[in-house]
Write a protein that binds this ligand. Structure first.
Ligand code: NDP
Length: 245
């Protein structure tokens, strides 16, 4: 158990599956006080029971609604009096070629991946500024560093998350707030299920079956960033399966 993590109040979005769920498990084991959000409350409640953290630790949250994100953070403050870490993790990846004009998917990616991250930042900043401490961890992607066919909009949102995070890093220095971007490669989660284009879904499934690594790899990165001494800010972590291009 890391002394830098035990007792910390950590809000995680998108905690109902995949990376969010894995990091919740790991941080619970490290002694963090968790507040978990996602839309599927039944899954969050099952996780809360599993981790023995109490159902009060979970809250139905759609990150595309700024009021719901604020309510999640306010709930954490009401429960614990502070927020030490926000993990802006909720996201989706409905890849498809632009010519398929899946405008609804584009809107959802912008609303969840980008605006959801911004809403998280807006929700915690006043409290962290008041505390003069905090840590905001934004989940980008290898796709935030490069773009491939079918991934233009997803990569746009994930590179925007990196840009926002870097701007945030520069602005929050006076408040002793740390910022970390974590950019994973293929990790075995439900993410490929968000693909709605059939051709893309087939190739994506195959890719993930061949390459994806377990979500605990992401949880280890979060623990690494969080366990540094307070004066050390891990700005960015980029990792991927050894076999992934
Ligand atoms: P999953 O599909 O397993 O999990 C996505 C999570 O996001 C779920 O908990 C889901 O919960 C939540 N979510 C989706 N939409 C919303 C919403 N509107 N409001 C609140 N929560 C929402 O995928 P991952 O765990 O893989 O994805 C987590 C993050 O990691 C994403 O940002 C993704 O882009 C990023 N990432 C993942 C990679 C991978 O290979 N797995 C690689 C690079 C980055 P619910 O549906 O209950 O709301």
């Amino acid at each position: 158990m890391s002394a830098q993590i035990a007792g910390k109040v950590v809000v995680v979005t998108g905690a109902s599956s995949g990376l969010g769920k894995a990091v919740a498990r790991r941080l619970a084991a490290e002694g963090a006080k968790l507040v978990l959000g996602a839309r599927r409350l039944d899954r969050l409640e099952t996780l809360a029971d599993d981790l023995s953290i109490g159902r009060d630790a979970v809250r139905k949250t759609d990150v595309s609604d700024s009021a719901q994100v604020q309510a999640l953070v306010d709930h954490a403050i009401a429960l614990h009096g502070r927020v030490d870490v926000l993990i802006n993790n909720a996201g989706l990846m409905p890849h498809s070629p632009l010519e398929k004009r899946r405008i609804e998917d584009w809107d959802r990616m912008i609303d969840v991946n980008l605006k959801g991250t911004l809403y998280g930042i807006a929700a915690v900043l006043p409290q962290m500024q008041k505390q003069k401490s905090g840590h905001i961890i934004n989940v980008s992607s290898v796709a935030g560093h490069k773009v491939g066919p079918g991934g233009a909009v997803y990569s746009a949102t994930k590179s925007a998350v990196r840009v926002v995070s870097e701007g945030l890093r520069q602005e929050v220095k006076p408040y002793n707030i740390r910022t970390t971007i974590i950019s994973p490669g293929a990790v075995a989660t439900e993410l490929p299920n968000s693909v709605t284009d059939e051709d893309t879904a087939r190739s994506m499934k195959e890719f993930y079956e061949n390459y994806a690594i377990p979500p605990e790899s992401f949880a280890s990165c979060v623990v690494f960033a969080m366990s540094q001494p307070e004066e050390v800010d891990i700005n960015e972590i980029l990792f991927r399966p050894t076999a992934q291009q």
